[in-house]
Design a protein around this ligand. Sequence first.
Ligand code: AFP
Length: 334
Amino acid sequence: MADITVTEHLLLHQKRTPQATGQFTGLLYDLILSGKSIARRINQAGLLDILGGTGEVNVQGENVQKLDSIANRIMLYRMERCGALCAMSSEEEADLVRVRPEFPRGDYILIFDPLDGSSNIDVNINVGTIFSIFRRPEGNTGEVSLNEVLQPGVKQVGAGYILYGPATMLVLSTGQGVHGFTLDPGVGEFLLSHPNMRIPQQGHIYSVNGGNWKNWDETTRKAVSWFRTCETPDGKAYSARYVGALVADFHRTLIYGGIYMYPPDIVKPHGKLRLMCEANPLAFLAEQAGGKASDGHGRILERVPDALHTRTPLFIGSTKDVEAVENIYAHPVV
Ligand code: AFP
């Protein structure tokens, strides 16, 4: 395959209109640069004193890892200066981060999880940065209000993730399919390696934290049991795989098909995952790749968040597998 860089790909595929200002392409460029900086820190993690926790607890009530905090600072620093944003929301920040007046302000809003799966970092297992991009509602100027940011996922204009694994990969959609790029560390560029990614209609892998079994209701147990006992189209049993880093579990699901599930339970009645910085961007990718994302009852992308850190149950992956779960929730066990 000819070496197509992500920048070339964006320039070739962005819609060009007379009104286009290049802001969106510039935003993606700086996002990619931030991802490369984070990848470099992660690669050095075992060599420098950046493993382990900071001793702080974030807005989600979770222990902040040193690399969470480093990744968050890299994203905030670089993206505030990119000139395309008016506001950002990070999983690590309690409140909306507005671009300060000393920096040029643009029309876009960036939501991100700087380092998803960071509890895996000390054992050298995949982590990732997940991002979601919205446009500020037309005609609004001045200070950005929270309401302008709390948009449903269908309004995303772009979404993706950077997976820091054996290779660093960028998986991106701007609404015209999903494309994967692999970082060539020799040249420092992401090169197109996975054009037009498509999720198989039915998979053969289910992914869920089975340790939560005792906290699930009977309907959820029935949904999980369905995958434990049913057969794949070629008559084989489903396999179970669970990394515990959403971005890694989703990446496998995107390529092989199947389903990732984080259902509600009695400890987390609204689910664990964050709608805006985790579920929405991956739901956008899933749909763009021909798959589906649901909260068990309806489309993730249609949910209107009531807060920046709203949580949601998530069932995402192959259309038939997600529909199987929705059918079970449609007839709850009483
Ligand atoms: P961390 O970033 O705190 O590791 O959280 C990761 C995560 O939000 C998501 O990436 C995983 O799929 C999920 O939590 C795993 O949660 P459990 O440990 O409850 O299975």
